[in-house]
Design a protein around this ligand. Structure first.
Ligand code: THU
Length: 134
């Protein structure tokens, strides 16, 4: 993966409503790369962010949930774009605990790196949602 290739993926974003183009690439522990872009919809809430497009889309290609070591994000907003709350929750289940989330500025000159815990302290975990019989 190169930053330039990630930036090129902005061209595939389907964002006729907001005009905000976002691209993401999720890299698993074996180095496999899965790209995603945001896809909007006339029924606005039916659209999906680039991060979740990348992660959910990886599953059919054989990727394993919980094994991602890096997630990179870029947009056309001329600054770094922080992932939304829903994406952070999904990322917390797809990423390894020591994974890096790397936010790139549109001009590729700035790069901010975060851990999952920094972006989503105390996210909902699989073991939290197992209902106990009452
Ligand atoms: N968007 C993303 O793809 N990722 C984010 O982290 C934040 C927002 C998209 C959703 C929508 O298509 C557009 O950006 C404007 O919110």
């Amino acid at each position: 993966m190169t930053k330039e290739l990630l930036k090129e993926k902005l061209n595939y974003s389907y964002s006729p409503f907001s005009k905000v183009r976002v691209a993401a690439v999720a890299i698993d522990k074996n180095g496999n790369e899965y790209y995603g872009v945001n896809c909007e919809n006339a029924a606005y809430p039916s659209g999906l962010c680039a991060e979740r497009s990348a992660l959910f889309g990886s599953v059919v290609h054989g990727a394993e949930v919980g094994t991602f070591k890096e997630l990179h994000i870029i947009s056309n907003l001329n600054k770094v774009l922080y992932p939304c709350g829903a994406c952070r929750q999904v990322m917390s289940q797809f990423l390894l605990s020591n994974a890096k989330i790397i936010l790139h500025s549109t001009d590729l000159k700035q790069e901010l790196t975060f851990t999952m815990e920094e972006l989503l302290p105390s996210g909902v975990k699989e073991e939290d949602i197992i209902a106990k019989e009452i």
